[in-house]
Design a protein around this ligand. Structure first.
Ligand code: 5AD
Ligand code: SF4
Length: 444
């Protein structure tokens, strides 16, 4: 069918990592800047952007079933754009398989979305999967809408080439955004209400830049500069790679009060042989040494990680080492996944792929261990007083939800509003959240 009129309403649906969520927000801002409005929850939109993820599982199949579901009762379809990493990996193939898709736009090219929408509405479908070095940011409108907690992408791409991972191919090489642009974007986010900024990057701690005086700075320097924004209460960063964990960044956890005591540092596996086969370039011991250094400067740090079970060739004994590592570290929270072969990555071509039922069993055992350490971490917080950033209303009248410094969800009743930082005593812990009671009057 043809689309004669320009779309007036849009919906951006993001899947996958926080960087995709950030990209989704920026695409929404771009469309709003063109005069379009967000379709209300549950209503049809004239334009739907599926912002896809390619990291594991049947992400591609998922995209096609999502496209199918966009067909309306009367048989018509909205203008459909496929964005994100599936768009990058599949390119024009998507329109060949799903002709209702009129735009395919990669993660480094989405600043072109308004042009592509105009063309598609005039009956000219297009694909753009170019990967210029992070130039899209210069073409995006200024930030203006945000909640209490906002994302800020500071670095994109990855040069590490872990053998299972598709990111170096879909997001390209590591590129850092310039220091001045980030300070500017952060200031705008704070002006529009953000009290917390989470700095994002596939290898966020590989970020480097030059400050106003031309001095080379690392992520610790950027964090210190952002900490000077008076109305910004909290800074976080994710995801870090063990190899880029500098002493300066570790030390920032001691000396920058606004930097929250939380570190997401994926290890992936607890066996040195598997880590080598994954091309992780760290060992279990070197990883544990980093955690020791962080704990030495910030004893209350909450630790988080990513794990893959069932990497090709992983034996029962090697998997047991992963469970032991989880128990040794005592993670506050973690993500764990079954290994999923990604076409074109070295691991997909390795022999000795693990049977699905073995993966299922390992994932269950690992998640049971992670749930135990997470509950233990939450229980150990009971009785503590801490600041909670108010991020959402709870389900009950007068109830609010926020995050502790250690990124735990905390619910409580108080006379507060979104974006407040409240002093709360943690009184009860579950595996996924805690309940709290306001300790005193509002702090900020
Ligand atoms: N299979 C399973 N998990 C994967 N991850 C990355 N690639 C794969 C894959 N092929 C996981 C890693 C990474 C997180 C973002 O996704 O744990 O840290
Ligand atoms: Fe993928 Fe490894 Fe790069 Fe992380 S560090 S994005 S797992 S290649």
């Amino acid at each position: 069918m043809s689309h004669n009129s320009a779309p007036k309403t849009y919906k951006v649906k993001s899947f996958g990592c926080q960087m995709n969520v950030y990209d989704g927000e920026r695409m929404a801002e771009l469309l709003a800047d063109q005069g379009m409005t967000a379709a209300p929850e549950g209503a049809d939109a004239d334009l739907v952007v599926l912002n896809t993820c390619h990291i594991r599982e049947k992400a591609v199949d998922r995209v096609y079933s999502d496209i199918g579901r966009l067909k309306r009762d009367d048989g018509s379809v909205p203008l459909i754009a496929v964005a994100g990493c599936v768009a990058q990996a599949e390119g024009e193939e998507i329109m060949a398989r799903a002709p209702s898709v009129k735009m395919v736009v990669g993660p480094q090219a989405y600043h072109r979305l308004p042009d592509m929408v105009r063309d598609a509405a005039a009956g000219r479908p297009s694909t753009d999967t170019d990967m210029p070095a992070a130039t899209k940011f210069a073409h995006l409108p200024a930030r203006r809408r945000t909640g209490a907690s906002a994302f800020l992408t500071v670095q994109e791409g990855c040069d590490k080439f872990c053998t299972y991972c598709v990111v170096p191919y879909t997001r390209g090489a590591e590129v850092s955004r310039p220091y001045a642009d980030l300070i500017d974007e952060a200031a705008r986010l704070v002006d529009s209400g953000a009290r917390e900024i989470t700095l994002l990057g596939q290898n966020v701690n590989a970020w480097t830049g030059e400050d106003a005086k031309g001095r080379k700075v690392g992520l610790d320097g950027l964090i210190r500069a952002l900490a000077a924004l008076p109305d910004l209460a909290r800074i976080r960063y994710t995801t870090s790679h063990p190899n880029d964990m500098t002493m300066a960044l570790i030390e920032a956890h001691a000396s920058v009060p606004k930097l929250m005591p939380f570190l997401h540092l994926p290890v992936q596996a607890g066996s040195d042989r598997v880590l080598k086969a994954m091309n992780r370039s760290h060992t279990v011991e070197s990883y544990l040494r980093i955690l020791e250094q962080v704990r030495a400067v910030r004893p209350d740090i909450a630790l988080s990680g990513d794990f893959i079970v069932g990497f090709p060739g992983e034996t029962d004994a090697e998997f047991d080492e992963t469970v032991r590592l989880v128990e040794t570290v005592g993670y506050a929270q973690c993500f764990s996944f079954k290994y999923s072969p990604r076409l074109g990555t070295p691991a997909a071509a390795m022999g000795d792929q693990i049977a699905p039922e073995v993966m299922d069993e390992r994932l269950q055992r690992l998640q049971a261990a992670l749930n135990r350490t997470q509950l233990a971490f939450n229980q150990a917080s009971v009785g503590k007083s801490c600041e909670v950033l108010v991020e959402r209303r709870g389900k009950l009248p007068g109830q609010w939800l926020g995050k502790s410094p250690w990124l735990q969800s905390v619910h409580f009743f108080a006379d507060v509003t979104l974006g407040d930082v409240v002093d709360v005593t943690l009184i009860e812990a579950g595996p996924n959240s805690l309940s709290g009671r306001p300790t005193m009057q509002m702090v900020a």
